[in-house]
Design a binder for this molecule. Structure first.
Ligand code: AMP
Ligand code: ZN
Length: 119
């Protein structure tokens, strides 16, 4: 079995996971950290990140499948707790053509009353 990836120097989400950059963490466990997007596109806009540095779904390994499933499974509860009572959208941007800006895998959870700014 392959080892977990080490933190990536210069990765902003690795720094948030390590507590080196502040974020208003709304959920964390041994694998996942969740905090609001700094530039929200909807009334509720959370980012769910794995503690392990994984670039995106294009480089994720088979060993990440359970983690990815857990992230999706957590989304409804966190969306509801954070005020998105009537549904939410999940977005995962991958690579340049996917519009990915931060190369540490993250799940956007967007919800709350419409209209939303973009997406
Ligand atoms: P993406 O285009 O999917 O890579 O999205 C990256 C997201 O990270 C953007 O929506 C940014 O607003 C958000 N972001 C960047 N820096 C921070 C930060 N320090 N805290 C919270 N969200 C951030
Ligand atoms: Zn990272």
């Amino acid at each position: 079995m392959s080892q977990a990836n080490p933190p990536e120097p210069g990765c902003i989400f690795c720094k948030i996971v390590a507590g080196q950059i502040p974020a208003k963490v709304v959920y964390q466990d041994d694998e996942i950290v969740v905090f609001p997007d700094i530039n929200p596109a909807a009334p509720v806009h959370l980012l769910m990140v794995p503690r392990e540095h994984v670039e995106n779904l294009m480089t994720a390994q088979a060993r990440h499948q359970a983690l990815l499933g857990r992230m999706l499974g957590l989304a409804p509860r966190l969306a509801r707790e954070q005020g998105a009572a009537d549904g939410f959208r999940i977005v995962i941007n991958n690579g340049p053509d996917g519009g990915q800006e931060v190369y540490h895998l993250h799940v956007h959870v967007l919800g709350g009353p419409r209209p939303w700014k973009r997406l």
